[in-house]
Design a binder for this molecule. Structure first.
Ligand code: HXC
Length: 514
């Protein structure tokens, strides 16, 4: 063959390999409202930036007459490219080839791109669309998953890892996404479960659809396994791009600084707090009133809504916001919200992202359900995660800061760098009503008008403790500030904390209350 023929031969081979499972399988994929692996990659990456590797890989399935079966690329596409000009590594399982099932070489491609991502210290995006372990390859398929899980764990806290569930992700395969930092799901497309409907029917005799068992809504609202929900794949890719630009490439860097934009005037912080201290308000309004351009990228928006977590920017730099949400369950801490906050704190800390905590917390959710679900263990995760975090940590107490919740929400006592309080702050061991009932029980029961006496004692307690000045008097609060001064104080604190250095005692690792 001369040089021209060789080039033509390469092009032919490429075209064939890139055709995946063929016309019919691609049509079936599209008919299900799904894109193909390469279409997905091109949607996410900057135009023409994708460089594919291992296009000509040969599969290793030999049993069950598989040796001569065509499985282009062994059902997965891997490569590198850029998002907003910054490099990422990516793999996308190709459902059109043997249902994207994972065999030995398929797994080797994934682990190869994971190793690239780790060695080059760039984010990894994995698009999952697969029937799971390739049944015909037996233990080789299981081995492949093990190799992936190990790498997910090693990469944790070193490079950002994003999983996108765009089809089935069944059986043990779910543990790769579960080990990564952010899981994206899409309505009607994502299906994620350990044991499928067939097994449930056989073992338990119960009928359930894949959607009801482990669809996008289930994982976004009930289990908390998913972090970002989208209505369709286009929306999903646009949200991944927005997240990637907020994050650093690795734990050795800080997120990129962008041009400063002031908060939008419609988010006036003065108007947000209700006059009555038991009335709810949306704490996201406070976040938007503080953050650059009033932008807030919320994580796990549909799950454990009593705490709000997500990213914004302050003076062009990425920060993580954690805020109690009075709109949901009055903003109490419970098992799920504690898990949500603790995990987010650890992500921010691992990737050099300062944490801003906005506190309005009446305490922990009381009840047998919570106690028996392990609220002690789950709640402890928040204390552990804050205490261990060495990034700049700033707390603003907006209103209630009662009891254990006061300590947990990045108090001075957990070594917060700065604690500010609004004049509306109420820092006390418990709410005034509960406190008055306990410490003035005798006076109240013996009074000729117990209701009147209770009211009087509640007021007395409020006067004495439900304000920021007792804490400020001990230096637990650094400054009592007007709400309108919040951005200015937080920006100044961040600039002071820029070179914060904290050394922990030498140890292999701590033992967090997992
Ligand atoms: C081999 C598989 C496969 C698998 C699908 N295919 N899953 N081949 N191993 N695990 C093949 C099908 O045979 C079919 O091949 C093609 O992919 C498309 O599959 P369909 O069934 O036609 O597609 P659909 O109707 O959309 O159903 C998708 C599905 C279903 C729900 C994923 O295929 C399914 O239930 N697959 C098995 C899921 C499963 O139990 N996997 C093992 C989990 S255990 P043809 O040639 O007909 O096109 C596991 C252990 C991992 O993963 C442990 C790690 C620790």
């Amino acid at each position: 063959m001369n040089r021209k023929d060789k080039s033509e031969n390469l092009n032919e081979r490429k075209e064939q390999a890139m055709h995946g499972g063929g016309e019919r399988a691609i049509d079936k994929q599209h008919a299900m409202g799904k894109l193909t692996a390469r279409e997905r990659i091109n949607k996410l990456l900057d135009e023409e930036s994708f460089h594919e590797y291992d296009l000509f890989i040969q599969h290793d399935a030999r049993e069950f007459n598989m040796a001569n079966k065509e499985m282009p690329g062994d059902g997965v596409v891997i490569g590198t490219g850029t998002v907003a000009g910054r490099p990422i590594a990516i793999f996308a399982q190709d459902f059109t080839v043997a249902g994207g099932s994972l065999g030995l070489m398929h797994a080797r491609k994934i682990t190869k791109i994971m190793d690239y991502a780790m060695n080059m210290r760039i984010p990894l995006v994995g698009i999952n669309d697969s029937g799971g372990a390739r049944i015909q390859e037996g233990v080789n398929a299981l081995a492949g998953y093990g190799e992936i899980f190990f790498r997910n764990t090693m990469a944790s806290g070193v490079i950002p890892q994003i999983s996108v569930i765009l089809g089935p992700c069944a059986g043990g395969a779910v543990y790769s996404p579960a080990l990564t930092d952010f899981v994206f799901v899409v309505e009607n497309v994502s299906k994620m479960f350990i044991t499928g409907p067939e097994v449930i029917k056989t073992v338990l005799g119960e009928e359930i659809s894949m959607e009801d068992l482990g669809g996008a809504r289930v994982h976004s609202e009930i289990t908390g396994n998913a972090h970002i929900y989208s209505q369709n794949e286009d929306e999903c890719f646009s949200k991944i791009k927005q997240l990637l630009v907020l994050l650093p490439d690795s734990n050795a860097e800080k997120a990129a600084t962008v041009a400063v934009k002031n908060p939008k005037p419609e988010y006036s912080i003065k108007k947000i707090m209700p006059v009555n201290s038991n009335e709810p308000y949306d704490v996201r309004e406070v976040i938007r009133a503080i953050s650059d351009d009033s932008c807030f990228y919320e994580i796990q928006e549909l799950w454990a809504g009593n705490i709000v977590v997500g990213f914004g920017r302050l003076e062009g730099n990425t920060v993580g916001f954690i805020a109690n949400q009075p709109l949901v369950l009055a903003g109490v801490l419970d098992c799920d919200s504690a898990d949500k906050a603790a995990r987010f704190i650890r992500f921010c800390d691992a990737f050099n992202i300062p944490i801003i905590t906005l506190e309005d917390l009446p305490g922990y959710l009381p009840g047998v359900d919570q106690e028996h679900a392990g609220v002690i263990r789950h709640g402890a995760k928040v204390l552990y995660a804050y205490s261990e975090a060495t990034v700049p940590r700033i707390t603003v107490i907006l209103r209630k800061a009662y009891g254990g919740g006061y300590i947990a929400m990045n108090s001075r006592h957990l070594q917060a760098d700065f604690v500010f309080a609004w004049p509306t702050a109420e820092i006390a061991v418990m709410g005034p009503e509960g406190a008055a009932n306990i410490i003035f029980r005798k006076e109240i029961t013996e009074a000729t008008n117990p209701d009147e006496m209770r009211k009087q004692k509640v007021e007395e307690y409020k006067e004495k403790f439900a304000n920021p000045y007792v804490a400020a008097g001990r230096g637990y609060v650094d400054a009592v500030i007007e709400p309108a001064q919040t951005r200015e104080y937080v920006l100044h604190a961040l600039s002071i904390a820029k070179n914060k250095t904290v050394e922990h005692p030498a140890k292999k690792h701590g033992i967090p209350p997992f």
